[in-house]
Design a protein around this ligand. Structure first.
Ligand SMILES: Cc1cc2nc3c(=O)[nH]c(=O)nc-3n(C[C@H](O)[C@H](O)[C@H](O)COP(=O)(O)OP(=O)(O)OC[C@H]3O[C@@H](n4cnc5c(N)ncnc54)[C@H](O)[C@@H]3O)c2cc1C
Length: 395
């Protein structure tokens, strides 16, 4: 089995297959595990938790679970009222099976920590510096070509390389990805005594919080580990370097598309420090506590993202290529579903492929069954996220 992309979905699938002794190799474009900051915090709900429990070695799952932040079940709207930050409103999460239009209750998770957990134990099964550029169907299976001129063959290629998927572009050229027009200038700030003294953290709790700064929107959410990652790793998986070790506040500014000279910032070559310098003037007029959040951020961890979304497509004939996560159903983050559906895909595909390995199912039949569920739930989540996007900051 070849998995293109060592993101959350691809690595979760690889763990599940590896644990079941199914041959799997993950090829990742990045030159190494630490070349990118890997984002900040994400909201994980029952779908993501179930998938990780099913696919990860139990001690690694325990480590992830022990470090999650407190329960997150509402979005807060905060505003400056006569110089004081106050809660202006709150929206409870009422999502559940069959309610993709609502956010499900969940908990904050550190992306960087999860990535470290996911990479552990897959040594020899993940190769970095391997950009998948194209593939070719063989009489049986598929041949994958890399940017460095090498190639590999397998029975099945799983495209898990995120929204820009090269495999999707070749395999399903009619499956389009569109620009939502929303821009996300995000960063991470350590929780210092100074920040704690502002009272902002007590106000936010573990809720996702939004605030209106006029032309620019601002999103805030704390990542406070229930158990310090270093302690939990030493207790549960000695030898695993947790990466993220300190509590932090995740923030993002949502400027109008053209405000910052979009094309220049979206490039991977722009440094975090330069992006942080762009962020500071955007909060110049904001409440002092919000200014402090940006001022005290780790500059190099600032990132800029144009948010994209997939256009759902009709069913296709199953073949020796399949897709999971953002590679086929990318969506804006306002329903907290992208990573959760990617993890759900990984769990479902893993179960089907284990059946194939045991001789209980034919490969194409397994791929067809997986894709049917993946399309239904993935595209449903895309539609729900897109419908809610226009009201993202006013929900
Ligand atoms: C700002 C923001 C906030 C979000 N918050 C949430 C949230 O709270 N909850 C939630 O559920 N979702 C959230 N999401 C969505 C979530 O991040 C994604 O849906 C999720 O990361 C998708 O996982 P994936 O494994 O499909 O792809 P990715 O995590 O994107 O991984 C793809 C991997 O493939 C690699 N790659 C790319 N091209 C190639 C290639 N050609 N060859 C080899 N490797 C390649 C990449 O380097 C990367 O490592 C958020 C998204 C954004 C942008």
């Amino acid at each position: 089995m070849i998995v293109a992309g060592a993101g959350l979905g691809g690595l979760t699938l690889a763990h599940g297959l590896h644990r079941a002794s199914v041959d799997v190799m993950v090829y990742e474009r990045d030159q190494g595990p630490a070349v990118r900051a890997q984002g900040a915090r994400f909201h994980i709900d029952d779908r993501g938790i179930r998938a990780l429990r099913a696919c990860l070695p139990p001690a690694q799952f325990e480590l992830f679970h022990a470090t999650l932040g407190g329960s997150s079940d509402k979005i807060l709207v905060v505003g400056d009222v006569d110089g004081r930050l106050e809660i202006l409103g709150s929206n409870s999460f009422t999502g559940a099976e069959g309610r993709p239009d609502q956010v499900r209750s969940g908990r904050p998770a550190s992306r960087r920590l999860l990535r470290q957990i996911l990479l552990h134990g897959l040594e020899g099964h993940v190769e970095f510096g391997k950009e998948v550029v194209r593939h070719e169907r063989l009489h049986q299976g598929v041949r994958v070509y890399f940017a460095d001129g090498t190639r590999a063959e397998a029975d099945l290629l799983v495209a898990a390389e995120g929204v820009g998927s090269a495999v999707r572009r070749q395999y399903l050229p009619h499956a389009e990805v569109v620009d939502t027009g929303v821009r996300w200038l995000g960063g991470k700030t350590p929780i210092t005594p100074g920040l704690r003294q502002t009272g902002l953290l007590a106000l936010l709790g573990s809720s996702f919080t939004i605030t209106d700064l006029g032309e620019v929107g601002m999103v805030l959410a704390a990542m406070r580990f229930s158990e310090p990652p270093v302690q939990a790793a030493a207790r549960l998986v000695p030898g695993l370097d947790p990466g993220d070790i300190d509590d932090f506040l995740m923030w993002a500014l949502i400027p109008p598309r053209e405000m910052l000279g979009d094309a220049a910032l979206a490039s991977h070559t722009v440094s975090g420090e330069r992006l942080w310098r762009q962020a500071r003037p955007l909060v110049e007029e904001a409440h002092p506590s919000l200014r402090l959040v940006v001022e005290q951020a780790w500059p190099e961890q600032t990132y800029y993202l144009p948010l994209a979304a997939s256009i759902p497509v009709a069913a296709w004939q199953p073949g020796p290529v399949t897709l999971l996560g953002d590679a086929i159903h990318a969506m804006p983050p306002n329903r907290g579903s992208g990573a959760n559906t990617a993890l759900q895909d990984a769990e479902r595909l893993c179960a089907r492929l284990i059946d194939v390995d045991r001789g209980e199912r034919d490969l194409l039949e397994a791929v067809a069954a997986y894709e049917k569920d993946m399309r239904r739930d993935g595209f449903e989540a895309v539609n729900a996220s897109m419908e809610a996007l226009s009201g993202f900051l006013k929900d």
